[in-house]
Design a binder for this molecule. Structure first.
Ligand code: FAD
Length: 426
């Protein structure tokens, strides 16, 4: 179904229009620093702030304008999430898996602490809870198990039978659900701008429109070549997630960028908004090619997802998402779309985040679609690791495999998509 477009329709990110990052000078970066951070998303900025607060001189580089990356164009869902629940993590990885589950919850606490309370980053944060919805009867037992598993591991989570769903979601398309109370929603561009301000206040030099093109040398005496001149650095941290390029080819080969798209409706009548999402939760379904949706602070619905893993143009993605949104929520028929945009998420072979060191260069990557909490915390924790105040995170002990035939990923992604679509049809 072709989307109904408002007179104000634009293919730009709503969040980025509503909040601007701080201005940073277009000047050559300093010639030397203790730490050079490549990538000024949430991960890089959190790392920079923590390292600067520990007394290090820090330069952050981004090849685009500050606030361009996934960090300010996402769904704004703050979820303590890895792609496996606590029992499976422990089964798969032993005590490290148990620790990963503890740390992903620490990541959630870390972000919540940044945005709540006096001096918190103003970004419309609200502890909304997550509503995970079984898209077919086939998924009900998995959702039931996940709620039980989370609850058994101390998380406030509960299962919802189909007849309990009307209090949670205005749709009759789901077979069951689960609420995880420890989830929140924020305004991504306001959060990202706040993190940039925090990094600057801590004394970091932030240089956007400055690409790192090559890293040479060894720990203690790196030389980072940039489009605005070289920087000597004791340490280098690469925080490029889905936008990784040839600056560290080893890292680029360990993730595949996959597009995700979002549409934003016009501002909804409050009764319609309430009928779609009576509790205002962050909503996600159980598909591989999943949908995620939520109300915005200014009363719209943002609805995200993808039809396949290979990229399409924004109008194609928009029409697909609009059709799905109306199918799930017929009360939105006649609602126009104001904005549509896309971005990239970093998929790793094991669908887990990774962080560590290669050739002496520090890195964190692999959000697998959920990095507002995880990547922000990983940046902070890796800075603690670099400055010697905390051990590396548990995910640093995972085997970090390259994507097979990485260069050919573009040609086999459509096949993987078809497999996912078949699985999702059950
Ligand atoms: C549409 C969409 C919806 C999403 N929704 C959610 C959600 O609701 N909840 C959630 O938890 N996660 C979500 N995510 C994922 C989340 O946005 C990311 O995990 C997170 O923002 C990653 O942060 P980051 O700092 O690691 O990377 P980014 O914010 O992507 O920053 C990486 C930066 O590196 C820069 N860079 C790359 N190469 C170089 C170079 N050579 N030199 C200099 N700079 C370089 C890029 O320009 C980029 O700005 C979503 C992502 C997308 C795209």
């Amino acid at each position: 179904m072709a989307a109904l477009l408002s007179g104000d329709y634009r293919e730009t990110c709503l969040w980025q229009e509503q909040a601007r990052p701080p201005e940073v000078a277009i000047a050559a970066p300093p010639r030397s620093a203790d730490l050079v951070v490549i990538g000024a998303g949430l991960c890089g900025l959190a790392a920079a702030r923590t390292a600067a607060a520990a007394g290090r001189s820090v330069v952050v580089l981004d090849k685009e304008r500050l606030g361009w990356g996934a960090s300010s164009r996402n769904g704004g869902m703050v979820i303590p999430e890895l792609k496996a629940g606590p029992s499976r993590l422990t089964r798969r990885y032993g005590p490290d898996g148990t620790e990963m589950f503890r740390q992903v919850n620490e990541a959630f606490d870390y972000v919540e602490d940044l945005v709540t309370g006096p001096g918190g980053i103003p970004c419309d944060y609200r502890r909304t809870g997550l509503l995970l919805l079984a898209h077919s009867p086939f998924q009900v037992s998995a959702v039931h198990h996940e709620a039980g598993d989370l609850a058994a591991h101390g998380q406030p989570a509960w299962f919802l039978r189909r007849e309990q769903l009307p209090a949670e979601v205005g749709s009759d398309q789901f077979a069951a659900g689960m609420v995880l109370e420890r989830t929140g929603g924020l305004h991504p561009a306001r959060f990202h701008a706040g993190m940039a301000r925090r990094a600057l206040e801590a004394g970091t030099h932030v240089h956007d429109r400055t690409a790192a093109t090559h890293i040479e040398g060894a720990p203690g005496r790196f030389r980072v070549l940039t489009t605005r001149g070289p920087i000597e650095a004791r340490d280098v941290f690469v925080a490029t997630n889905a936008y990784a390029d040839g600056v560290l080819p080893w890292l680029q080969r360990r993730m595949t960028p996959v597009s995700s798209y979002i549409i934003a409706t016009e501002v909804l009548d409050p009764d319609v908004a309430h009928s779609v999402s009576p509790q205002g939760r962050m909503m996600v379904d159980t598909k591989n090619l999943l949908f995620y949706w939520r109300l915005t602070p200014d009363g719209r619905l943002v609805f995200g997802g993808r039809r396949s893993l290979d990229p399409v143009d924004v109008p194609t993605a928009r029409d697909y998402l609009y059709d799905a949104m109306i199918r799930l929520h017929p009360q939105l028929a006649g609602t126009a779309i104001d904005r549509a945009w896309g971005g990239s998420v970093a998929i790793t072979l094991d669908r887990m985040p990774h962080a560590g060191r290669h050739g002496g260069i520090w890195y964190a990557t692999g959000c697998n679609g959920s990095g507002v909490a995880t990547n922000t915390w990983l940046g902070h924790r890796m800075a603690q690791t670099i400055t010697g105040s905390a051990p590396p995170p548990a995910v640093s002990r995972l085997r970090h495999s390259a994507i097979p035939a990485h260069r050919l990923a573009g040609s086999y992604l459509p096949l993987v998509s078809r497999w996912f679509t078949w699985q999702d049809s059950r």
